[in-house]
Design a protein around this ligand. Structure first.
Ligand SMILES: CC(C)(COP(=O)(O)OP(=O)(O)OC[C@H]1O[C@@H](n2cnc3c(N)ncnc32)[C@H](O)[C@@H]1OP(=O)(O)O)[C@@H](O)C(=O)NCCC(=O)NCCS
Length: 214
């Protein structure tokens, strides 16, 4: 983003009565003009990537899926518009306040890439949703945009199952590399991604913030 575009964005936010402005996740090169404009680092994100081969299958991951399906415990299906309230409830329960999505944020995640794969999960015992994942694809790049499992259902292989499902979708459509980012302190998510073959790409990404003065 150019210096002029950042100045215009800041002025527009002030005019609309905002008190703070936060960027999306930026690489260190993308962050430079924001830092020049007075933004300051707010959150450090780990960036991870892994190659995807056609016919993707991950040994450990395949095991997780088999196990879950044998138990009859996980039912994955396409996410629909009418699932949005339940998906947002899962999101609110799973994420700390700063990272929770509202309806607009959910729509942004769904529209972030030209192609998307939106899946929701419920356990046999539950009628409510217990997790969801949004994957996106743009050319050869696949993105794990969003992943959340309700706290009571974590640690049962559901997160891994959804990530593998997303990677298989990417592979099916010819994506050759998958990307994901997560806050550096999110050790649970980092362990999950590293189990599934992702590797850290230093120095990661950052979210910047500025306090606006009227
Ligand atoms: C991260 C998250 C999606 C993982 O989902 P999950 O269903 O609990 O994960 P799984 O049961 O498939 O776990 C797979 C592996 O990930 C690791 N893992 C998952 N959650 C973990 C946690 N809270 N702490 C440590 N390791 C964790 C484990 O190593 C596990 O492997 P194991 O079977 O050898 O223990 C889930 O904890 C969650 O929704 N967290 C809050 C939201 C979030 O952080 N989303 C991702 C942000 S990008």
């Amino acid at each position: 983003m150019s210096d002029a575009a950042i100045t215009a964005a800041v002025e527009s936010a002030v005019a609309r009565g905002y008190h703070r402005l936060r960027t999306s996740a930026l690489s260190h090169i993308e962050a430079e003009p924001f830092l020049r404009a007075g933004f300051e680092p707010d959150q450090q994100l780990a960036l991870l990537t892994r190659p995807i081969q056609s016919g993707f299958s991950h040994r450990g991951a395949g095991f997780a899926i088999r196990e879950a399906h044998q138990n009859g415990s996980i039912a994955i299906r396409r996410g629909r518009r009418r699932d949005h309230p339940s998906v947002l409830a899962v999101d609110q329960a799973a994420f700390e306040p700063l990272w929770r999505l509202d309806q607009a944020g959910l729509l942004d995640a769904l529209r972030a890439t030209p192609f998307r794969h939106f899946r929701v999960v419920r356990s046999d015992a539950d009628t409510v949703l217990t997790g969801y994942a949004i994957s996106g694809r743009s050319g050869p790049a696949g993105y794990l945009q969003r992943l959340a499992i309700s706290p009571h259902h974590q640690g049962q292989g559901t997160g891994a199952t959804l990530v593998i499902d997303g990677l298989r979708w990417m592979a099916r459509w010819g994506a050759t590399r998958a990307w994901v980012n997560t806050p550096q302190h999110n050790t649970g998510a980092l362990r999950l991604y590293e189990h599934l073959g992702f590797e850290l790409v230093p120095p990661g990404l950052q979210v910047l913030e500025t306090v606006l003065e009227p």
